[in-house]
Design a binder for this molecule. Sequence first.
Ligand SMILES: [Zn+2]
Length: 370
Amino acid sequence: MQGVKEKGQEKARVCSANISQKEMQAIIFRAHGGLDRLELAEMTVPAIRPTEVLVEVRACALNHLDLWTLQGLPGLKIEMPHILGNDIAGIITEVGSEVGSVRIGDPVILAPGLSCGHCAQCLSGQDNLCPAYDIIGHRSNGGLAQYVKIAGTNAFPLPNSLSFTEAAAVPLTFLTAWHMLITRANLQPGEDVLILAAGSGVGSAAIQIAKLIGARVISTAGNKEKLDLARRLGADEVINHYKEKVSEVVKRLTNRKGVEVVVEHVGSATWDESTRSLATNGRLVTCGATTGYEARIDLRHLFYRQLTLCGSMMGNKAELLRVLKFFKDGKLRLVVDRVFPLEKAHEAFTRMQSSQHFGKIVVEASTGRK
Ligand SMILES: [Zn+2]
């Protein structure tokens, strides 16, 4: 351990001519509201603590969480001005004296989950259950900037097979989908799974992970392009949810049985059809409610048919490491919609908000250094 610490201290000395206190460009907002609150501004490069690293951001993917953070959520108190951005890849430029796992110059992908590191949940590896859990860019400053700081334990080596742009598109969606299917719903080979909204980040990740496990995938989308993409990602069956009643098609495709697992992240608009689609002993796992929070269930179905309803939020660091392995050998792949430069982040958000996108929207930051 001593050796590790000395190594860390050496690194800290290497970067003693550090760049904190200098200025960087960032996309910020000074008050909650709509996209008109976003502005490109000069901010001070964050100073790191001994357990942290400073990362020169190369790419940052957008998420709907950014929009909710911008709009403001009940109970959400953040310091202004605030920098958005949860999904980050870049290069280590400063290393705190107590960090031994990465070096200056290392290309990294950042695990977005922030946690205390010393509670029972963190120590058992379930950091996403930590009472202090947060996502970078939500309460703390994020990656829509030229630099971002984070705990050294959140910086993972970038798989060679991924560019910075691709890597930035991985963490939130793939970690969420993995935790939902594998950890929460315990999806098994040969089971039928219904995955809603194939065109969404979580949907497109879940289709691939379910196929990796050896499940049969039925997926939904609202237009032909998205249904075609679902098939290209591996979906065995697709349903246009505007033209067909999802639970009826599911029953037909499964010989009246229903699916063992439903991946739900839409909310009020789809809840009834999702629960009706479940087989006896089926599991519904949900990570979002973009169309509304209110849902009802007939309790007779819940107990007679022995259904399980699971909530899911992000995933732990070990799960992200495991997910990254499958990108190394090409078994999982990214769907990147479009790439925007940092100064056009407003345009990127407008595209995401209008749901025109297909796959992840990524913003590339540049310090002008190569
Ligand atoms: Zn903790």
